[in-house]
Design a protein around this ligand. Structure first.
Ligand code: NAD
Ligand code: LMR
Length: 334
């Protein structure tokens, strides 16, 4: 088993919320699928995060090169590249392992390959770092999160507060598209996105968007459709060379950072995520979630919806339910 460890010179960053790097808690983050299109820029972004003290990179191939490269960045964390076990002592595990879409495919078309990959990785998480927060990026998220839950249940380690489907890219897109249409500063924009992470299951709540812009209904419908089709827009533009990687690495790094802040006790950390939920009758659902020292501190409700959003919510439920059940059945049969 190859093991590569390098300590980089510690950069002296001041954290945004008060304490200096030297006094920040020891936090180990693993990226599984670290040599991939998402994994590499995500590894870099996590190396830049001063909340991370140990960064473990794992992939089935090319990990030593990625680790050797990233470890030269002069920030706090020690980087390890493992082709074996990366997970012991992890606080947060981010999973972008698995195949991406090609034009003409749905995310569900990835199920047959990615379900097995996720199942294997989650079995290892249950064994080596059962207390870690798991950030699932691998598609189809609507099914891979339920698969992870079943694997953890079988292992006796399931804690619904610690399992997250990463839907941050939907929020990132909704913010970008809304800012463009409403002609407001994108840095000031907030838009919750609820439901799931595939096609019509992605439901941006533009009625909650701030700053308020009173956009006409046609604009809201066009923004909703563009957010729902954002992944496909990138898949088609890449023309067979994969799906969103850079924007996803950014979104994945934002979400992992929010998890770390919650673990470190920073108050009022709220992000959208696909989690176990009672917000609707579905067992998993994406909505705003308050993050804390144990992961999910509170799953927030939807609040008032426009008629268009109410309709979208009812339309998405059958597809999301079927994807969740497909994941659960896979995990229990195989
Ligand atoms: P990629 O093919 O570039 O990289 C995937 C990496 O996973 C490869 O390096 C591969 O070697 C590795 N891998 C495969 N099996 C593994 C295993 N068992 N253990 C560890 N690593 C393994 O793909 P990508 O563009 O990085 O996309 C990865 C996944 O993320 C895809 O399923 C894609 O659909 C998904 N994705 C999700 C979102 C989201 O918003 N949640 C956004 C973009 C992409
Ligand atoms: C995305 O939203 O970009 C990802 O889910 C990748 C994809 O297949 O669209």
């Amino acid at each position: 088993m190859f093991r590569f460890v390098a300590r980089s010179a510690g950069g002296k960053h001041l954290l945004r919320r008060g304490y200096a790097t030297e006094s920040a808690p020891d936090r180990k983050v693993a990226v599984l699928g670290a040599a991939g299109g998402i994994g590499q820029p995500l590894a870099l972004l996590m190396k830049l995060n001063p909340l991370v003290s140990r960064l473990a990179l794992y992939d089935i191939a090319n990990t030593p090169g990625v680790a050797a490269d990233v470890c030269h960045v002069n920030t706090r964390s020690e980087v390890s590249g493992y082709l074996g076990q990366a997970l012991e002592g992890c606080d947060v595990v981010v999973i972008p392992a698995g195949v991406p879409r090609k034009p003409g495919m749905t995310r569900d078309d990835l199920f047959n390959i990615n379900a097995g990959i996720v199942k294997g990785l989650c079995a290892a998480i249950a064994k080596y770092c059962p207390n870690a927060l798991v950030n699932m990026i691998s598609n189809p998220v609507n099914s891979t999160v339920p698969i992870a839950a079943e694997v953890f249940k079988k292992a006796g380690t399931y804690d619904e507060k610690k399992l997250f489907g990463v839907t941050t890219l939907d929020v990132v897109r909704a913010k970008t598209f809304y800012a463009g249409k409403a002609k407001v500063n994108v840095a000031d924009v907030n838009v919750p996105v609820v439901g799931g992470h595939a096609g019509i299951t992605i439901l941006p709540l533009f009625s909650h968007a701030t700053p308020k812009a009173n956009l006409p209904e046609d604009d809201i419908k066009a923004l909703t459709k563009r957010t729902q089709d954002g992944g496909t827009e990138v898949v088609e533009a890449k023309a067979g060379k994969g799906s969103a990687t850079l924007s996803m690495a950014y979104a994945g790094a934002l979400f992992a950072d929010a998890c770390l802040k919650g673990l470190n006790g920073v108050p009022d950390v709220v992000e959208c995520s696909f989690v176990q939920s009672t917000v609707t009758e579905l067992p998993f659902f994406a909505s705003k979630v308050r993050l804390g020292k144990n992961g999910v501190e509170e799953v927030l409700g939807l609040g008032p919806l426009s008629d268009y959003e109410k309709e979208g919510l009812e339309k998405l439920k059958p597809e999301l339910k079927a994807s969740i059940e497909k994941g659960i059945n896979f995990a229990n049969k195989s």
